[in-house]
Design a protein around this ligand. Structure first.
Ligand SMILES: Cn1cncc1C[C@H](N)C(=O)O
Ligand code: BAL
Ligand SMILES: [Zn+2]
Ligand SMILES: [Zn+2]
Length: 475
């Protein structure tokens, strides 16, 4: 497929406001899933749109989930089967958030393609499709059978997906050999990477309520316990100024650092100044490569994301909000446990709250959670990817983990028992979830080539593996 057409399709995809978080945009997510299904059908893929039902919002409203795409192309028993997972929903984005370009109009500036979803994850999903398409355009045999699992709820916690994976384990996944995800970034702006682990996440909502209605701060300020004051105190009790989580027991199950693992960190090329520049933040909590990478990959972190119900618009509104909901999450690492983490946090918040002698109502809930994931880098799939990277980029990849979460990665591994790998094509400065999300034209095109090279390497390696197992069985 010509680069021009590749750009055109990405532009068309980015134009769909497929934000899975805001309920009023849910139809757009469904439209995006259908557009993706059309694109897959156009290249001869058999597509099944699986209904996922609906889910309940915190206010009790029920909202339909977008369908899930299960698709396949090729069923040659001689070929290995590679299943690609990706998502076509995006994080929320508004021009007023501080975007320099319209987030839903893919805009090229100096070789970079800016837009919501450009790198997370529409660009990589399309790069994979483009790679398949290029074999067809050149009338070349695709050396692997392909399966696709594309969802529209990743940014909301992959709702409904685990159930389908369990259900489809004996059918859709039965002949899958390898699962590839491309939904994260390199560690550097230039050097390619291969990812073998991600953190998990537990998301918490902390609601504090005093009554039914907001109140005038002149008429009631000074005579009531204000929910916002309680909430700020609760949120402020979670981490100290050095980033250490203050919840008792949180670090108890964190895997201990081995000498072998320490060496892995030492060997990694990491440009701290570049990483800082990408963030726009001048000073980090840590100064060394080892500390920074280990605190992103193998130690938990706690982030406060927002407060619902608080007045946040410009100007002054002299109000006492009656109900506020604080949102924070803990990125978990091996061998932390989700339900233990949930209990620790709930108990701690209740203790802190009880010391305040507030008559307000406290309610803590866990809307979504996901396990951390770690894979075996000695798996043949990683060998194939290294070769493909070497072919396309002329260098070996950095072997990395990622601080973010692919909610379904560990579920894939646990349920299907297949090899799972993350092969990113976006660069470290792609600003996922941020106001200047982009993918570079270079990475988008090279990423397409990388996926095509991966098909060839997997086929080669699979052939060798089969030959080796045939000789052992005949001997
Ligand atoms: C929806 N969600 C919640 N926690 C994690 C996620 C997935 C998202 N990929 C992230 O890492 O932020
Ligand atoms: N790219 C990391 C997982 C996510 O935010 O979609
Ligand atoms: Zn994301
Ligand atoms: Zn993503």
């Amino acid at each position: 497929m010509s680069p021009k057409l590749q750009m055109f399709t990405l532009k068309e995809w980015v134009a769909v406001e497929s934000d899975s978080i805001q309920p009023e945009l849910r139809q757009e997510v469904t439209r995006m899933v259908e557009l993706t299904a059309d694109r897959l059908r156009a290249m001869g893929t058999t597509v099944e749109l699986v209904k996922l039902g609906s889910h309940k919002l915190p206010d009790g409203q029920s909202l339909p989930l977008p369908p899930l795409i299960l698709a396949e192309l090729g069923k040659d028993p001689q070929k290995p089967t590679v299943c690609f997972y990706g998502h076509v929903d995006v994080q929320p984005a508004k021009k007023e958030d501080g975007w320099k370009t319209d987030p839903y109009t893919l805009t090229e500036i100096d070789g970079n393609l800016y837009g919501r979803g450009a790198t997370d994850n529409k660009g990589p999903v399309l790069a994979w499709i483009n790679a398949v398409e290029s074999f067809r355009a050149l009338k070349l045999d695709i050396p692997v059978n392909l399966k696709f699992i594309i969802e529209g709820m990743e940014e909301a916690g992959s709702l409904g997906l685990e159930e389908i994976i369990k259900k489809e384990n004996q059918r859709f996944f039965s002949d899958v050999d390898y699962i590839v995800i491309s939904d994260n970034l390199w560690l550097s702006n230039r050097k390619p990477a291969l990812t073998y682990g991600t953190r998990g996440n537990i998301c918490f909502s902390v609601e504090v309520r005093c009554g039914e209605r907001d109140l005038h701060s002149g008429s009631f300020g000074g005579i009531i316990h204000e929910p916002m004051t309680d909430l700020i105190a609760l949120l402020d009790s979670l981490v100290d100024t050095s980033g250490r989580i203050l919840i008792p027991g949180v670090y108890d199950d964190v895997a201990s650092l081995t000498e072998e693992e320490k060496k892995l960190y030492e060997a990694i090329e990491f440009d701290l100044e570049e990483y800082k520049n990408n963030s726009g933040v001048k000073k980090f909590l840590y100064d060394t490569k080892e500390e920074i990478l280990s605190h992103l990959w193998r130690y938990p972190s706690l982030s406060i994301h927002g407060i619902e119900g608080a007045f946040h618009e410009p100007g002054i509104k002299t109000v006492i909000p009656a109900k506020v909901i604080g949102k924070f999450s803990i990125r978990q690492v091996p061998h932390m446990d989700i339900s233990i983490g949930e209990h620790q946090v709930i108990k701690y918040l209740e203790d802190v709250f009880s010391k305040r002698n507030s008559p307000n109502k406290l309610k803590v809930s866990v809307p979504i959670s996901a396990m951390p994931w770690v894979a075996d880098i000695n798996d043949p799939l990683y060998t194939a990817a290294r070769m493909a990277i070497k072919t396309v980029f002329g260098q070996d990849p950095e072997m990395i983990r990622d601080g973010a979460t692919i909610p379904i990665a560990q579920t894939f591994q646990n349920i299907t028992r297949k090899s799972v790998m993350m092969l990113p094509i976006g660069a470290a400065d792609d600003a996922e979830h941020s106001q200047k999300e982009k993918i570079s034209r270079h990475n988008y095109i090279q990423g397409t080539k990388l996926f095509a090279a991966l098909f060839l390497e997997i086929a080669k390696l699979h052939g060798q593996l089969q030959e080796a197992s045939n000789t052992t069985t005949t001997n």
